[in-house]
Write a protein of this length. Structure first.
Length: 480
């Protein structure tokens, strides 16, 4: 039985506006993520999900609302933000866990800022896919429950058809919610929001005395954010728009736009063509994560002192460094990692950048070193003295390990099926033609990224191969 509610209504009403969705009457259900539905305890028929996703009919327990928040966008504070095309419908309760259900493309809200409040199919499919991709790569992420498509059109960079979809998240509270309350110096509401976050996301903190509870909350948010970004770096994921209004206080990857997985490894790769200065480049993601936590820390000064804020920021740095080293060490097949391995990993990535080697295929080929397929590794690195010297150093570093264990560890941390941008684009093109079969297949394939399904290897072998020159490094705009 579905247990729906909307406990966000507990919060002060200036944090939201009640808004009903504008239905998409001609929409049809393109996909229903029944795997996710089962995980979070939703038992709805396809027809019920179709009506929900198009905004035509909502369960009585839902109370759709648009949230108010602000944020720093490309480093500059914007006070005029809020849910401009999405509505928090409510939550589903399952096994002592609460999951937000958020309808994207729901129409205009008081925070639409002259926008039409609609989503387009292209961007909807991209978010639909990436949530599953990251989840099954063990990267914390929001996911999507369902996707509807409507033949009506809107204009972005070109004329595109409309879509709507339901995002599932632990919470939709962003860094920007706290920024706004700090900006208006509303200490009481700030405390209520912090208590709400503790109750819903970090309930173990409720045991702490009030003097420490909020300091621990800030530290938890910093730590979760650091872990998330360390995982981004390890899987070669670029978010593209790390504005503070796009940062979840639960440490989930949130608000997808021009994201990308790396193709050829470029340390300073920029996936957002609107990011002319490279603020959100791959190499900058850890620094921006810390910067965003510093902004959040400034807001938390309503409840904390500067020493407590600094402790949270120090926790970000320590947590990121520990997790990044462990994740990258495992990716290189190191069974144990030491502090000096950080330099080895950094130098390896610099060499990979100079050689313009595919990030994902590098590790796939590295797993073949000292095997009967080693020729593939040697062909991959080419006739390079730098790589021969690197190989000597690498084998010396791993000499105490069993070869088979090293190879298995690399394979366990290297995805064969990666949602590269050109793959997402091929799926989008099929959806635009009204064919959701490839989308449905991809949603299944993404569940086993380290063990490609037989039909994937048989029918879409090019999805497992390195991209061609024209497919590499596709940059997208924020409209994506």
């Amino acid at each position: 039985m579905n247990q729906f509610t909307n406990h966000y209504l507990q919060l002060p009403n200036h944090l939201y506006r009640n808004v009903d969705p504008e239905p998409l009457w001609d929409a049809h259900l393109l996909h229903y993520n029944q795997t996710l539905a089962q995980e979070i305890g939703i038992a709805l028929t396809s027809e019920e999900v179709a009506q929900l996703t198009s905004g035509q009919a909502l369960p009585a327990e839902f109370a759709p609302l648009a949230q108010k928040y602000t944020g720093h966008q490309f480093g500059y504070y914007n006070p005029d933000l809020g849910d401009g095309r999405g509505l928090l419908l409510g939550q589903v309760l399952h096994q002592n866990q609460s999951w937000d259900l958020h309808l994207k493309g729901a129409g205009q809200t008081p925070f639409s800022r002259r926008g039409d409040g609609r989503a387009v199919l292209r961007s909807a499919v991209r978010e639909y896919l990436i949530g599953e991709a990251l989840h099954y790569l063990n990267v914390p992420s929001t996911r999507c429950l369902s996707l509807s498509h409507c033949p009506e059109t809107v204009y972005r960079e070109k004329i595109e058809t409309r879509a709507s979809y339901i995002r599932v998240a632990k919470t939709h509270i962003r860094f920007g919610h706290f920024e706004w309350l700090a900006e208006i110096n509303d200490r009481d509401s700030f405390r209520q929001l912090a208590d709400y976050v503790i109750a819903q996301i970090y309930p173990h903190l409720s045991e702490h005395h009030e003097a420490q509870r909020y300091a621990q909350l800030f530290q938890e948010i910093c730590g979760k954010t650091a872990q998330m970004i360390a995982k981004w770096q390890a899987v070669g994921f670029c978010h593209g728009v790390m504005n503070t209004d796009n940062m979840s206080i639960a440490g989930e990857t949130f608000d997808f736009g021009p994201y990308a997985f790396l193709d050829d490894f470029k340390i300073h790769y920029i996936c957002n063509q609107s990011d002319s200065e490279g603020r959100y480049a791959y190499s900058q993601q850890p620094n921006i994560g810390l910067w965003n936590c510093q902004v959040l820390g400034q807001a938390f000064l309503l409840l904390l002192d500067s020493t407590q804020v600094q402790q949270g920021l120090d926790h970000f740095v320590t947590t990121y460094n520990q997790h990044y080293l462990a994740l990258m060490g495992a990716k290189f097949g190191l069974q144990t990692v030491h502090t000096d391995d950080r330099d080895f990993i950094a130098q390896s990535l610099i060499l990979m950048d100079k050689s313009q080697l595919d990030f994902h295929h590098f590790f796939k080929k590295l797993a073949l070193l000292e095997s009967d397929q080693e020729a593939q590794w040697q062909q991959f690195i080419g006739d390079s003295k730098a790589w021969r010297d690197w190989q000597t150093q690498y084998l010396a570093r791993t000499a105490s390990q069993e070869r088979i264990q090293r190879q298995q560890q690399i394979q366990q941390h290297t995805a064969d099926f990666v949602l590269r941008n050109h793959i997402a684009q091929e799926i989008i093109q099929q959806c635009e033609k009204g064919n959701a079969e490839l989308l449905s297949q991809a949603m299944q394939w993404l569940q086993t990224p380290h063990q490609p399904a037989p039909e994937l290897a048989e029918n879409y072998a090019h999805f497992l191969q390195a991209p061609t020159a024209t497919q590499k490094g596709i940059a997208l705009s924020c409209s994506s």
